[in-house]
Design a protein around this ligand. Sequence first.
Ligand SMILES: NC(=O)c1ccc[n+]([C@@H]2O[C@H](COP(=O)([O-])OP(=O)(O)OC[C@H]3O[C@@H](n4cnc5c(N)ncnc54)[C@H](O)[C@@H]3O)[C@@H](O)[C@H]2O)c1
Length: 421
Amino acid sequence: MEISIIGTGYVGLVSGACFAKFGNNIIFVDIDKDKIEKINNGITPIYEDDLEDLLLKYKDNFKATDNYEYAVNNTDITFICVGTPSRKDGSIDLSFIKESTIEIARVLKQKDNYHLIVVKSTVLPGTTKNIVLPLLEKDSWKKVGRDFGLAMNPEFLREGIAVNDFLEPDRIVIGSYDEKSRDVLRKLYKDFSCHLFETSLSAAEMIKYASNCFLATKISFINEIGNMCKKLSVDAYEVADGMGLDNRIGRSFLDSGIGWGGSCFPKDLHALLSWAKEEKKEAKIIESVIEVNRLQPIKLIELLKNHIPDLNGKTIGVLGLAFKPNTDDIRESRAISVVGKLLEEGAEVKAYDPKAMNNFKGLYPQIEYCSSADKVLNSDAVLIATKWEEFKKLEYKGKIVIDGRRLKEAETAKIYDGVCW
Ligand SMILES: NC(=O)c1ccc[n+]([C@@H]2O[C@H](COP(=O)([O-])OP(=O)(O)OC[C@H]3O[C@@H](n4cnc5c(N)ncnc54)[C@H](O)[C@@H]3O)[C@@H](O)[C@H]2O)c1
């Protein structure tokens, strides 16, 4: 199939590269000229396992451009994969969605054949039907169902293992305006062996939000239990293992620590909460999940102060800056509030992350960035904020280590304290 992908971030680029692997031809569209140039040279603008290999291998199956006219006219399906960030008040910012929809509609106006538009970005329930659809009809002067199709196909990939998640999903959710739109997506996903869950546009949008809110709830829940376990000298990981054996509960997303971050959970929970408030609906669980998560990284500093009460002038090492391992993404990383609190207390901070240091420098240029993980150990105490594989190999003997991520190998330290264990 001939597919155009609007927005070449984690979702757009990974989706396009994976669709190319299945023999489709892809035209990527972005407003960022630097990204376009990189993609056309087979270089990935983001770090993601296996992505560069895919881009190199299927180089002849895609091109990148900033030209909507070229992209929409030369394809049959357009996926909208632009960002849907939070506004300052937490509500969803749909400006990229609206801008890209209008651009697509302007090209549709001159196009004679049927075209399917698919929203893949995470948008609040009702957005595809009440915002995207009217914009498409108004600016194209065409009619949905007759001249063009419309679908909502939320994405569940996780950064760090995005290519694998895209290629081996648990399920694919297809919300569609009509049968014809659904048929096109059935054909596109025919080689995937997982369940294709077919539903309405708005239910597809809500499935994405409800899934993210539920997963974040599991983590905040186990962190609250973990904080109690710490007080009781009980290992929260043993508790999670015992709970997880119950099929109704499951073991995943029950690793306690300093909380969740990233580009999705924080903004999606805030967006749904903000919508609920506007609609005067209660969202007490989501509100608490966010609050537990806000306080959790600070527990790391509280523990540290049990061992070094005055941090002023002390050198504190921070291992890990990305919001999770295998990514360079620092959006809402727990390390941000950890480093912020250390600086507030007057500590000197030295940090290391295999991929995320450049991004972190934009936020905290004043801290010392080490060229390797072992250099961070040369500090008065070390905090573990992200569980990178390479941190397992460090020599922790003789050190003070406060662990936010349950790195068993660090237990050999002279003083070892875990946030929930
Ligand atoms: N990152 C994830 O792990 C993930 C997972 C599932 C769903 N999502 C959702 O997918 C969407 C995209 O997320 P992302 O992380 O890929 O975002 P991103 O910020 O990494 O990338 C978005 C891209 O869109 C481009 N863009 C913005 N406006 C444009 C326009 N008018 N025309 C063309 N390109 C434009 C930007 O330049 C950028 O390259 C969001 O709604 C997000 O919530 C993200």
